[in-house]
Design a protein around this ligand. Structure first.
Ligand code: DX5
Ligand code: ZN
Length: 218
């Protein structure tokens, strides 16, 4: 089984971003997770497309961009041009979900939908034929370092069962409060990609932290 790790750079220090990316480049992580926040969809602000495009010059990892923003239609071209490999946006936004998915896919980029803890999983059903990835949030989006919500595990299992029984080819990524213990629970429920922020970046050696985290699941 290939479990992918997507370290969230939100857990690292932006004052030291070159070192953060250097470490991840030299680790077993396949992805790098970018949390884009607009201060509107979530009560926090992070960075925009320039940051992603600057980091693009320093890494060949898969850029897994998680948009926690309301105005996706307005800004999507900027995130595509920045060099994202996978762009996920939230199903809860009040815009035309299918149109945005089609736009992203038409540029040859993978597309994901992210789902907040309070949103029921069946909301995502109409779009499952169109997407490559689901991000199931196991914290309220907006901040790193929160505790994993155990009550989301059934949602992971339900989505995983539905995907399997319909022979769909969709990655299930879990985001929020992931560590060794909660990561294992998510994988047992059917996840195949784990986002990890504070768990990895709170350790002294990011390369060995990421490698041993990956080894535990592979
Ligand atoms: C939360 C973000 C997460 C966050 C995860 O809104 O989407 O990606 O960085 O951080 P940890 O692993 O610390 O919960
Ligand atoms: Zn995220």
């Amino acid at each position: 089984m290939n479990i992918k790790i997507s370290p969230s750079i939100l857990g690292g220090s932006f004052s030291n971003i070159e070192k953060v990316i250097f470490d991840l480049n030299h680790s077993k992580a396949e992805y790098i997770h970018f949390d884009v926040m607009d201060g509107d969809f979530v009560p926090n602000l992070t960075f925009g497309p320039k940051f992603i495009s600057d980091v693009r010059n320093c890494s060949d990892k898969v850029f897994d961009v998680h948009l926690m923003i309301n105005k996706v239609e307005k800004y999507i071209d900027n995130y595509i041009e920045a060099g994202s490999d996978i762009i996920s946006f939230h199903i809860e936004i009040e815009e035309n979900i299918s149109d945005i998915i089609n736009k992203i896919k038409s540029k040859g980029i993978k597309c994901g939908l992210a789902i907040k803890p309070k949103t029921t999983w069946s909301e995502i059903k109409p779009y499952l034929n169109l997407i490559d990835q689901i991000i199931i949030m196991t914290v309220e989006p907006g901040f790193g370092g929160q505790s994993f919500m155990n009550n989301q595990v059934d949602k992971i299992r339900n989505i995983s069962n539905y995907i399997k029984s319909n022979n769909l080819n969709i990655d299930i990524e879990i985001d929020g409060g992931i560590n060794l213990e909660t990561g294992k629970i998510c994988i047992q429920a059917g996840a195949n990609i784990l986002v990890a922020g504070s768990f990895l970046f709170n350790q002294v050696d990011i390369i060995s932290a990421t490698n041993s985290f990956s080894d535990k699941f592979n």
